[in-house]
Design a protein around this ligand. Structure first.
Ligand SMILES: Nc1nc2c(c(=O)[nH]1)N[C@H]1C(S)=C(S)[C@@H](COP(=O)(O)O)O[C@H]1N2
Ligand SMILES: [Mo]
Length: 199
């Protein structure tokens, strides 16, 4: 029999100001993938922004690597309730990628190799809020975690951080992506516990 009650642990966890409601801390980095890990050689990798008129801007891996690179630290929150604080990444800010993109669209659909999609409002990708990351903890991002490159949007639940990202489509109207079609929340703010539709 344990003297330490689960309630005590619960109170201690919820007293952490960096943990959204209902989340617990893990030192691990769990892998959550809805399908097999696509293997994308960087010489065939590309990233494409498609605007609401169908106009496209693409970067090869070499072009992407030649853009200004940023190191950033983020707390990540999975809807299955694990959180990992202080994770260290390197990649390209979405502000850099969208510098020369003209658009009046307010919404985006993020697309990945393998077919995964997720919707994120454009304003949640800009102003220092999102990156396409290729490095985790100083090492090339492991394929299981989305290498060669993934989106990282720390302010939203981690399902919005599409692994193996290959494009962003600008949309005039919000549309559900893969998990949102299956009942996950359209926005996914961990601080408001927007896990599922209706939260
Ligand atoms: N392409 C793609 N991206 C994805 C997923 C996925 O299945 N496919 N899973 C999402 C979910 S639900 C989570 S919690 C995180 C998990 O990232 P990790 O496996 O690096 O921990 O990736 C998100 N991005
Ligand atoms: Mo998740």
């Amino acid at each position: 029999m344990s003297i330490i009650s689960p309630g005590f642990g619960g109170r201690r966890r919820s007293s952490r100001p960096d943990l959204p409601p209902g989340q617990y801390l893990t030192p691990d980095f769990p892998v959550l993938s809805a399908g097999p890990t696509p293997r994308v050689p960087v010489d065939r990798w590309s990233f494409t922004v498609t605007d609401e008129t169908g106009g496209q801007t693409s970067w090869s891996w070499a072009e992407f690597q030649a853009l200004p690179q940023e190191t950033f630290t983020a707390d990540i929150h999975c809807v299955t309730k694990w959180s990992k604080v202080g994770t260290s990444w390197r990649g390209v800010s979405l502000d850099t990628l969208f510098e020369d993109i003209e658009t009046t669209a307010d919404f985006t659909m993020v697309h990945s190799y393998g077919g995964y999609t997720t919707n994120v409002p454009l304003e949640d990708l800009l102003d220092g809020k999102a990156w396409i990351a290729h490095t985790f903890d100083g090492e090339p991002l492991h394929p299981e975690h989305g290498g060669p490159a993934r989106l990282v949007v720390p302010a939203l639940y981690f399902w919005k951080s599409a692994k193996w990202v290959n494009g962003i489509e600008l949309l005039q109207h919000d549309e559900p992506g893969f998990w949102e079609e299956a009942g996950y929340h359209m926005y996914g703010d961990p601080w408001r516990e927007q896990r599922y539709q209706g939260d």
